[in-house]
Design a protein around this ligand. Structure first.
Ligand code: 2IT
Length: 445
């Protein structure tokens, strides 16, 4: 029998100074420990000991030259966490906050997220403490090439297939892919999030945000409620926020906020035109990491140094980074009558915030379920690459919608409490875990 408290204490001892990793494991284990303790096969296989230890962790030095001709040194990582279901799959994050513990949390989450998609994808994550802010295009290229020169030793189309994450978009994936091709000499789909001209999938850029809104639509639907007419608050202004803003707006919601490290913008009229959507992309591509110019351009309010959760909203969608919405933010949102919370960022809410939403009976979707659309379309990109053909926008979008509906149905089935209240955290963790654990048992040790 597993004792949760003891297990977490031991995990903390073995993984010192990795609080986010411990937080992610604790959240999953709280949901599944009873399921494990009731199943002699899981206990006999020591499944929790095995699933919380990464298959391997690779760290490497990245040396590159900045525009002044000075040598710079950063640290690169790839956490290959679990490949029971398929090749390691997960993004690469370039952000000064990147640490080994942070990537282990993301890789661990990715195992269960990828399992929920129903596709043959294992879990991994990588990145660097390199900060893209203020870097020139040439510096981005030199760093990306240097990073890939090391990372390519550990990748393969059936072994490990990275994608983008915070700080890594189609431009960086292009530089990675070019470097892979230069060194390896072949043209295999060893990365996803590629440009459409050379093997990328339609809808991949929008997929994480679109998927989160498709998931929200299911949450709203089973409560006989409607997304149309709802006021939505989004944080972040990158790829995930952009997709969520566009799809929520298309479905008739009014999205009133986006945010950056400098503060948030409040656009009462709604972020609802092509011009506004395209401007978000422009802001992101500028590498300045600020949203204030949006307010000036469109006559919206800019609130410096604060988070958008103080704006009254029916639906809150964190789309930026882990632990961006805490217990105090949750109390403010609840005070203003929030009705749904959907994590589009990975572990966007702290445990205190999640507990507050649960206590108030507010449907809360965890990132590993709600933001699985991104990696799901990455899986579809791999399929198209294997077939050497590409699907239409409609074909990919329909498959994405179906995957998000299935994830929602599986979470609802495993997480249903009394009446129509669904504990999506429990549902996602149990549904995601079962497929991986059963596979690990099938394959022995
Ligand atoms: O957090 C995520 O799911 C991603 N960054 C996407 C991973 C992927 O392989 O598409």
């Amino acid at each position: 029998m597993y004792d949760l408290k003891n297990f977490i204490a031991e995990l903390e001892k073995r993984n010192p100074a990795q609080p986010e990793f411990v937080q992610a494991v604790e959240e999953v284990l709280e949901s599944i420990v009873d399921v494990v303790n009731k199943n002699p096969a899981y206990l006999g296989a020591k499944i929790l000991d095995r699933i919380t230890e990464p298959d391997r962790v690779i760290t490497f030095k990245v040396e590159w030259e900045d525009d002044n001709g000075d040598v710079q040194v950063n640290r690169g990582y790839r956490v290959q966490f679990n490949n029971a279901l398929g090749p390691y799959k997960g993004g690469i994050r370039f952000h000064p906050s990147v640490t080994l513990g942070g990537l282990k949390f993301l890789g661990f989450e990715q195992i269960f997220k990828n399992s929920l998609t129903g596709l043959p994808l294992g879990g991994g994550k990588g990145g660097s403490d390199f900060n893209p802010k203020g870097k020139s295009d040439n510096e981005m290229m030199r760093f990306s090439k240097a990073f890939m020169t090391e990372l390519q030793k550990y990748l393969g189309p059936d072994l490990d297939v990275p994608a983008g994450d915070i700080g890594v978009g189609a431009r960086e994936i292009g530089y990675f892919y070019g470097q892979w091709k230069r060194i390896q000499g072949d043209h295999v789909g060893v990365l996803t999030g590629k440009n459409r001209n050379w093997g990328g999938s339609l809808i991949r850029p929008e997929a994480t945000g679109f998927g989160a809104i498709y998931f929200l639509n299911e949450m709203v639907g089973i409560r006989n409620d409607l997304l149309a007419g709802k006021t939505v608050g989004v944080s972040g202004f990158g790829n995930v926020a952009w997709g969520a803003v566009m799809k929520a707006s298309e479905l008739g919601a009014r999205v009133v906020t986006v945010s950056g490290p400098d503060g948030y913008i409040h656009d009462e009229a709604g972020i609802n035109t092509e011009e506004k959507f395209n401007y978000l992309v422009e802001l992101r591509a500028s590498n300045n990491d600020v949203v204030e110019p949006y307010a000036k351009k469109f006559g919206a309010t800019f609130v410096a140094g604060r988070k958008p959760w103080e704006v009254p909203m029916d639906v809150a969608i964190p789309c930026a980074i882990q632990n961006e919405l805490n217990g105090d933010d949750a109390a403010t949102l609840l005070g203003n009558g929030v009705k749904y919370v959907v994590e589009a960022s990975n572990m966007g809410c702290t445990p205190e915030a999640i507990a507050a939403f649960h206590k108030a009976g507010i449907p809360f979707a965890p990132g590993k379920a709600a933001n699985a659309g991104g990696v799901a379309v990455s899986g579809l990109e791999m399929t198209q690459n294997s077939m050497k053909l590409s699907w239409t926008r409609e074909e990919v979008d329909e498959k994405l919608q179906q995957i998000m509906k299935t994830i929602h149905a599986n979470c609802a089935k495993e997480g249903r409490r009394d009446g129509d209240v669904v504990d999506y955290v429990r549902g996602a963790n149990i549904a995601g875990f079962r497929r991986v654990a059963d596979t690990m048992i099938d394959m022995g040790y």
